[in-house]
Design a protein around this ligand. Structure first.
Ligand code: GLV
Ligand code: MN
Ligand code: MN
Length: 436
């Protein structure tokens, strides 16, 4: 990508001095978040707006309508990502400062995980548009498709596609075997042109993501802003346990190959990998499906996923190895076959010091105390980090709850975070322009 004449496009300070009084429209931000939370509202509680599902498509359509009303230009890329830019720019004319998050949720997830970062990014873009702020590095907002991977088992689908790291994307499917291509067409994407979703190397100058913390730290310390220094890495292990379905009353206990009992052994052993042996930061069995799932039949097979996380890549490798070892041990003890396959690996990454400084500068200028902290949750930012410098801003989560219906953040904190994002975008202009 050709280097640009930065001076020709506006002041390199990006207007941080001249635009220090700019603020996002708090009522507009909160109103839009509230509207978005109605899309995929689950009668059983929380929000079920799975990536590439009809609900995510409706949410993307809602965002497109907001943008049209605001005079912003939108484009859906072949992977189903929504890209938004100001009318005076082409989004692919020069390296851009990308800002965004995702709008999909887990099953019965919360209203802010991802949605907050997208609505805030649109708000920032709208404010820049309304005030005709001239920027050395233009801002493009993005709503990444399918970050969670709750329906199509490929977390970070959209960011991987955009960053050119979606390998074998069309092999993805839902748990019933329906291929991603069918979902993609419904989402306005294009399976045939999926590879074209990848941006040219160098075309992302930097990436900023605003997100709820999803943990208890900021609230416990009474701090409104987190400056993320690193994001945890994660490996998902899909495990198939195959035993033998048999009569629950007539099969003697020593003769059984009970996949449920074997799976239970794996669940507990995976937990001990962390709680007793401190091999990695977390290990979680979040998904488990038993067959035939009948009260009076011994379980024939179980499909389950164990995921491990750590900020240190070596610990992540050790965590995976430890879980695999436990699976072999359980297989030998139970007589069941246990097949383990890593279905997703995301790397632990660091944020760029210059972008951390821009975020701290923005928070300081707004009188908001902050904490530098790691992220235990995964984010699209960690995929973008493999091709561009990233920065992340956190706001407090009430009682640290996330991926659950109780997820919430105080309105003032939501507005503060969006203002920090706005002023980080402005404050990051000089360091980001210097990288081009
Ligand atoms: C992302 O939502 C994660 O699981 O950390
Ligand atoms: Mn999430
Ligand atoms: Mn998220």
């Amino acid at each position: 990508m050709a280097k640009r004449n930065l001076q020709a496009r506006g002041p390199v300070d990006g207007g941080t001095r001249s635009h220090s009084g700019l603020r996002i429209d708090g009522a507009r931000l909160l109103g839009r978040l509230d509207e978005l939370s109605k899309i995929g509202a689950d009668p059983a509680g929380g929000i079920t707006r799975l990536g590439l599902s009809d609900q995510e498509n409706v949410a993307m359509a809602y965002l497109r309508d907001l943008c049209a009303e605001a005079g912003l230009k939108t484009e859906t890329d072949p992977a189903g990502n929504l890209l938004v830019h100001r009318p005076r720019t082409r989004r692919d004319a020069a390296p851009v400062l990308l800002v965004g998050s995702h709008v999909d949720t887990v099953v019965q997830g919360g209203w802010l995980d991802g949605a907050y970062g997208v609505i805030a990014a649109l708000e920032v873009l709208q404010v820049l548009h309304e005030h005709d702020v001239d920027l050395p590095v233009e801002v493009v907002a993005v709503a990444f498709a399918n970050e969670e991977g709750a329906l199509i088992q490929t977390p970070f689908w959209g960011s991987r596609a955009l960053c050119g790291s979606l390998e074998d994307g069309l092999a993805a499917e839902d748990r019933t075997g329906r291929p991603v291509s069918e979902y993609l067409v419904q989402a306005g994407g294009s399976p045939e042109h999926l590879a074209d979703a990848a941006w040219t190397p160098g075309s992302i100058a930097a990436y900023l993501e605003l997100h709820i913390e999803q943990g208890p730290t900021l609230e416990r310390l009474g701090l409104p802003i987190g400056v993320v220094d690193g994001i945890v890495g994660r490996t998902i292990l899909d495990i198939d346990v195959v035993g033998e379905a048999q009569h629950a009353g007539t099969t003697p206990m020593p003769d059984r190959r009970d996949a449920m009992v074997a799976a239970a052994g794996i669940v507990l052993a995976a937990e001990r990998v962390v709680t007793e042996h401190a091999v990695c930061a977390t290990a979680t069995t979040g998904y488990l499906e038993a067959h035939p799932n009948v009260t009076n039949t011994i379980t024939g097979n179980v499909r389950m996923s164990v995921e491990v996380r750590d900020t240190d890549p070596a610990n992540l490798v050790r965590g995976e190895a430890a879980v695999r070892e436990e699976c072999s041990r359980v297989a030998a003890a139970s007589g069941c076959d246990v097949d383990v396959r890593a279905s997703m690996r995301s790397q632990a990454v660091s944020t760029a010091p210059e972008l951390r400084d821009a975020i701290r500068g923005a928070a300081d200028a707004l009188g908001l105390p902050h904490l530098t902290m790691p992220s235990g949750a995964g984010h699209d930012a960690q995929i973008v980090a493999l091709v561009a410098p990233i920065g992340m801003i956190f706001v407090p989560s009430k009682r640290g709850i996330s991926h659950a219906p109780g997820e919430d953040t105080a309105p003032d904190d939501l507005v503060h975070g969006a203002n920090v994002l706005l002023h980080s975008v402005l404050g990051a202009q000089a360091p980001v322009a210097a990288w081009l």
